[in-house]
Design a protein around this ligand. Structure first.
Ligand SMILES: C[S@@+](CC[C@H](N)C(=O)[O-])C[C@H]1O[C@@H](n2cnc3c(N)ncnc32)[C@H](O)[C@@H]1O
Length: 385
């Protein structure tokens, strides 16, 4: 940094940071001024700080896939989810929020749990809500595994390798909320099993073979992470997860109770998240229950296009109303959207009428899974009072 009082030595995590990442790096350096001793534990964009390797750099070396350099590390890479966040970006955004130790971070559309994982890795407690049960299972596994006894998880596990085990045992639960309270060991192997039946359906690889492959990949990451945890001092936060419609669940949160909201909402008539995960959902739910999940999903398509759009904006309006109520004064709501169907302007209008002001908007160019260029907008919002 230019100011000699705050001079410190650092090396960026990559020489190819995008303009967006350079901006976030610049913004997160404010953290260094306030907390120089811990900055190497928090930074998302530096490889080392004053001679110490950053935690992010150490995490980024532990991966189960190599798709994306700033994502897929630790448990982030344990399951593909459409529209998921970039872990490194969320880390940078949390740093920007300038939170103190006992802060709580909320993601009301938590999907596969990216916000929750990064919050926990940075020592913050988090709240996640999603209407898709497989998203909730993803989030549950990915956050709980960060802080569980890995040796215990990976030993005495022979029974789970028999696919009939799940037919006989786990399916006893009729209530998915109860299922999420199961022992993390049962849930971990159920998660692998559900991934294996999806692979069987999509690629015709039998579930037993897939199960073994997936298990070995994930176990390898967990073992490396376990070794790393013994070398560094990680102070992990915890996640409170709700399998629910966020419009219902947000009403249960107290006014001024949340220190940051970081989220990206579903879009109108773009991705049908329940349909995307239909194979594992079919395994766990009855047809009637699945229909109900679809109806409660925001952005769900109805035959009447106008009704689809009207319902979407009504629900987004309610979501913003609750968000401004539960967010503490002077704290950040970070909303990440793209400009699908020119909805950016309407979002801005609703943000304003619900009492938010836009402190800053950053543009982020992304290449999606189909290698198409896309632009996301990251809104830094605070309440007007
Ligand atoms: C863009 S995705 C979020 C992805 C997430 N940021 C991640 O990193 O994986 C939007 C999510 O909103 C969820 N969703 C849709 N309607 C919902 C509702 N009424 N309540 C809670 N979640 C809902 C979808 O299931 C989907 O997981």
């Amino acid at each position: 940094m230019g100011n000699s009082k705050y001079k410190f030595n650092f090396e960026p995590i990559s020489n190819n940071l995008t303009d967006f990442e350079k901006k976030l790096l610049y913004l997160e350096q404010i953290r260094y001024i306030e907390n120089p001793d811990n900055f190497y534990k928090e930074t998302a964009y530096l490889k080392n700080v004053d001679g110490k390797l950053s935690y992010f750099y150490l995490f980024s070396k532990i991966k189960s896939n190599n798709f994306n350099p700033g994502s897929g590390y630790l448990t982030h890479g344990f399951g593909f989810y459409r529209g998921s966040f970039h872990g490194q970006m969320i880390r940078g955004l949390i740093n920007y929020c300038n939170l103190d130790n006992c802060s709580v971070i909320l993601d009301p559309f938590c999907g596969s749990g990216t916000t929750l994982i990064e919050a926990n890795l940075l020592g913050f407690n988090s709240i996640g809500i999603d209407i898709n049960p497989i998203a909730c299972l993803n989030s549950k596994i990915k956050t709980d595994l960060l802080d569980c006894n890995i040796d215990n998880l990976l030993k005495d596990n022979k029974k789970y390798f028999n696919p009939a085990f799940f037919d006989d045992h786990i399916i006893d639960f009729t209530d998915f909320k109860e299922l999420l309270k199961c022992d993390i060991k049962d849930l971990f192997y159920l998660f692998i099993f559900l991934r294996a039946i999806s692979t069987e359906f999509r690629f015709s690889i039998d579930r037993k073979t897939s199960f073994k492959r997936i298990y070995h990949k994930l176990a390898n990451v967990l073992k490396l992470y376990n070794n790393l945890k013994k070398r560094i001092n990680l102070n992990l936060g915890k996640t409170n997860l709700f399998f629910s419609d966020c419009l219902t669940e947000l009403k249960n949160l107290n006014t001024n109770s949340v220190d940051a909201i970081i989220t990206s909402p579903p879009y109108v008539d773009l991705i049908d998240y329940i349909q995307e995960d239909l194979t594992p959902i079919n395994y766990l739910f009855k047809k009637k229950e699945i229909e109900l999940l679809k109806i409660k999903s925001i952005g769900n398509k109805f035959k009447n296009v106008l009704l689809t759009e009207k319902l979407y904006w009504n629900k987004i309006n309610l979501f913003l109303k609750e968000s401004v109520r539960i967010l503490k004064p002077n704290k950040y709501f970070i909303l990440i959207i793209n400009n699908y169907k020119n909805m950016k302007n309407l979002y801005e209008r609703l943000l304003y009428t619900n009492g938010f002001f836009i402190e800053r908007v950053l543009k982020r160019d992304v290449v999606n899974i189909k290698k198409r260029n896309n632009t996301e907008f990251v809104y830094f919002l605070k309440s007007q009072i």
